[in-house]
Design a protein around this ligand. Structure first.
Ligand code: AMP
Ligand code: MG
Length: 412
């Protein structure tokens, strides 16, 4: 690892030109959950549980019917067809209990508690009724159509573990346990700062030589998609003083993302500004494409990501590095979306000595999943991201992958 960053504020401790794996290890090694809070179960969707969820009681709480039908005691194997007097009806939620005696059945509705003396339920569809009697021609096996107490879960069991994200299914379990509040990890607040004298936000006239700021909205959306809370700082000018002022504001959040001003250009002040706010540059440059000039540092105990300004580089480096970091800060356990295996529909060429992230779209053909490049892969080509189902990785040691190679596609 050389240290040829060649920048006035990169200390000798700054790692330079490292691998993707090193960069990820360094970043994830310093991420800690930002804290916890209690929220109503009804508002917990998408939040990450901060404690194991344990059953306080059996579910279902007692035996109940799985069908609308006739409950009877079939243990004595009554001769078929059997004509059983209906002793009464039990409803779900009702407190009226009837127990059938010999030669009797009860009418029972789905969810109603199983009365004493009933060992199976004959669905209405499989029987008939006349003059207050049920006519049974076929007897289901013992226990049929009865949902047993605790068959879903038993008191004391851990049902959902800490670090899981609440989906509708988890909401159902929390509600079934009678919980109103649940302990979750606090959503990390993440400041987003776009930089560049050429940038103009939507709604303002676009002067000569100017371009729209797409990174602020794209990164704010990326932050939201991680379950974190974006704080948009606006557009930083290409000066250390302005970046410094805005980055200090960003340190009121739990993490700071700066986009742009991190290459070797003459107006790239991101690292100077990090130094000026008392921060420390941990690494600069990763052997990858896109996103080579990625920088990571710390200031006032906060992680600071300085992403390349090119919109594709900014979004991809966010996805690869910032996303898992924010998920870890938010306490989430399952960080990486499951890759999908696919077959390369075309040959891929690259350069050895750097990891390349190539955007692909997937196509089903004759039962096979084929991956094709989304077209030009330049780091300013926004449409290469819009068309993408995911990205593939051309590892550092490879400079080509032949058509037909089976490889994982990482969903975007
Ligand atoms: P930089 O990393 O600042 O050298 O920027 C690299 C390229 O990305 C330049 O062409 C910039 O104009 C462009 N760029 C930087 N920031 C943004 C942004 N927020 N929105 C759109 N393009 C940007
Ligand atoms: Mg710039």
């Amino acid at each position: 690892m050389s240290n040829d960053a060649g920048h006035r504020h990169d200390s000798p401790a700054t790692l330079n030109n490292i691998t993707v794996e090193q960069a990820l290890r360094i970043i994830l090694g310093v991420m800690r959950p930002v804290g916890t809070e209690a929220v109503p179960v009804a508002k917990a969707l998408g939040r990450v549980l901060a404690a194991d969820i344990r059953a306080g009681a059996d579910h279902p709480p007692r035996d109940n019917s799985a069908m609308d039908g006739y409950g009877l005691d079939g243990a004595g194997s009554p001769a078929l067809p059997a004509r059983l007097r209906i002793a009464g009806t039990v409803f779900a939620g009702g407190s009226h209990h009837v127990a059938p005696g010999p030669g009797e059945a009860v009418k029972i509705m789905t969810g109603a508690p199983i009365p004493r003396g009933v060992d199976r339920v004959v669905p209405f569809e499989e029987a008939s009724e006349r003059d207050g009697h049920a006519l049974i021609t076929r007897l289901p096996a013992q226990g049929m159509h009865i949902r047993r107490q605790g068959e879903d879960f038993k008191k004391g069991e851990i049902l959902i573990s800490k670090g899981r994200t609440v989906r509708p299914a988890e909401t159902a379990v929390l509600a079934a346990l009678g919980k109103t509040m649940v302990k979750v990890f606090r959503r990390p607040r993440v400041a987003v700062l776009a930089t560049g004298d050429e940038l103009v936000p939507a709604g303002k006239p676009l002067g000569r030589g100017k371009i729209r700021d797409s990174n602020s909205p794209a990164l704010a959306a990326s932050v939201l998609a991680c379950g974190a809370e974006p704080v948009i700082l606006g557009i930083g000018r290409d000066s250390v003083a302005d970046l410094k002022r805005k980055m200090i504001r960003g340190l009121a959040s739990d993490a700071l993302i700066v986009a742009g001003g991190v290459s070797a250009g003459e107006a790239d002040y991101g690292r100077d500004a990090l130094h000026a706010i008392g921060g420390r540059l941990v690494f600069f440059k990763v052997r990858q494409r896109p996103g080579h000039p990625l920088a990571f540092g710390r200031a006032k105990g906060r992680p600071v990501f300085i992403l390349p300004g090119n919109p594709v580089s900014a979004m991809l480096t966010f996805h690869i590095y910032v996303r898992p970091a924010l998920l870890a800060m938010g306490g989430a356990r399952d960080a990486a979306p499951m890759p999908v295996p696919a077959e390369l529909g075309e040959e891929i060429r690259g350069k050895a000595g750097r990891t390349e992230f190539l955007r692909v779209r997937l196509q089903e053909r004759d039962g096979r999943t084929l991956a094709f490049l989304t077209g030009p892969q330049g780091s300013g080509i926004l449409t290469s991201m819009v068309r993408a189902d995911g990205y593939i990785v051309l590892p550092e040691e490879a400079d080509r992958l032949p058509q037909g190679t089976i490889l994982p596609v990482h969903p975007l």
